[in-house]
Design a protein around this ligand. Structure first.
Ligand code: PMP
Length: 377
């Protein structure tokens, strides 16, 4: 072996540019919402004075049973159970799906990435039906997948025939993401369309993040289909977005591989305790889900009365609005100045639109009073 002094002479210099994967170096970052504390400082308002309708969170927060489970937590100094057994037992009761098909994660976001990591070889196809949730293209890019876009129709309905043709035209298509209710419009897929898509040789990932607010869950279909994954979350209905806990029902053939590659301690002790307590307080959750759904309906009707707004019907906890004859970006920023946060979109298929989460009655009241005074043109 040569002494290090000699090797050093011939060693090429360190160029950091060679170390980042070229596709990651040129990738567009995912643009998350601005953190709450940052925005409240920027707007000069206390967080409790902000009407936060931009991220489909639950304004009621978690149930009191969740808060006392967290306050009473004894083992925060011990690593969590890598199998989240207690949570998965509670989820099996809640969903009716056997525990051996269920896996918990740090939000549904983690599970989106996990499935792609297990399945995709570089260059494999992932079908996405935009406008839809931005994490599908993002995680596809991180996992070196090839995005195949099948656009929804102008009314946001899925182009089922287009999806089927795209699968036939792309022998390397492996994954199909379907979001129902869909973020950002809140529309749902019919049983018939889903059954047709499940006949194809792709793994269908049905994202039901919002299903507690409307539509039927298909999680109990998972034992009948070898190619169906259903993802759910505690972020929306249970008010636990900040704790990061979601879960999925998967085909049995996929489970051993997901167990192998998941981070061992992906669901924290706090997240697990909170999720179990939320499942045990079904009555509280049902009441608040009911309140949010009622507010969504009220919001939808009230928005339809403004001539510059065209709200779409939704089964989720938000309403998408096209803005007619006025500038959505300006509306978003004028609302923000008044301490009201909504999500603004300006991308293909979603031009000049805002999405408003359903909040508490007082949140809708504040929004409507600002809208009434708004001079948009
Ligand atoms: N799926 C959809 C459709 C979503 O809108 C969201 C949250 N924005 C998620 C998944 C992510 O959920 P989680 O907080 O469990 O990661």
């Amino acid at each position: 072996m040569q002494p290090f002094e000699l090797l050093r002479e011939t060693m090429p210099p360190f160029h950091h540019e060679e170390f980042v994967r070229p596709d990651i170096a040129t990738m567009e970052p995912y643009v998350p919402i601005v953190p709450f504390e940052v925005l409240s400082a920027r707007l000069g308002r206390r967080p409790e004075d902000i009407v936060k309708l931009d991220a489909n969170e639950n304004p009621y927060g978690p149930s009191p049973k969740v808060l006392s489970a967290l306050a009473d937590a004894k083992y925060l100094h011990i690593y969590p159970d890598p199998q989240s057994s207690a949570l998965r037992r509670a989820l099996a009761d809640y969903t009716g799906v056997p525990q051996e098909r269920l896996l918990a994660g740090a939000g549904a976001d983690e599970l989106i990435d996990l499935v792609l990591r297990a399945v995709l070889r570089p260059g494999d196809g992932v079908l996405n039906c935009p406008p839809s949730f931005g994490m599908y293209p993002f995680s596809t890019a991180v996992n070196m997948g090839e995005l195949i876009q099948v656009w929804r129709r102008a009314d946001f309905a899925l182009d089922v025939d287009g999806i089927c043709s795209a699968v036939f035209a792309n022998p390397r298509a492996r994954i199909l993401f379907i979001c129902s209710p869909n973020n950002p419009d809140g529309g749902v897929i019919s049983d018939e369309a889903l059954r047709q898509l499940l006949e194809m040789r792709v793994l269908v990932i049905l994202d039901e993040a919002y299903v507690e607010f409307g539509g039927e869950s298909r999680i109990t279909w998972t034992p009948q289909y070898e190619n169906l994954v259903v993802l759910r979350t505690f972020s929306k209905w249970a008010g636990l977005a900040g704790l990061r806990v979601g879960y999925g029902a998967f085909p049995l053939w996929l489970m051993p591989h997901l167990w192998k590659i998941k981070q061992p301690y992906n669901v924290s002790v706090a997240a697990s305790l909170a999720a179990i307590a939320a499942l045990h307080d079904a009555a509280w959750s049902r009441r608040h889900i009911g309140a949010i759904v009622a507010e969504r309906e009220r919001l939808q009707k009230a928005l339809a009365k403004f001539e510059f707004l065209e709200p779409l019907p939704s089964r989720a906890n938000f309403v998408l609005c096209r803005i007619i004859g006025a500038d959505a970006a300006r509306l978003k920023s004028d609302l923000e100045q008044q301490g009201i946060l909504v999500r603004y979109f300006d991308k293909p298929g979603l031009q000049n639109a805002i999405r408003i989460s359903a909040g508490r009655p007082q949140d809708t009241d504040r929004l409507l009073s600002v809208l009434k005074a708004w001079k948009g043109s």
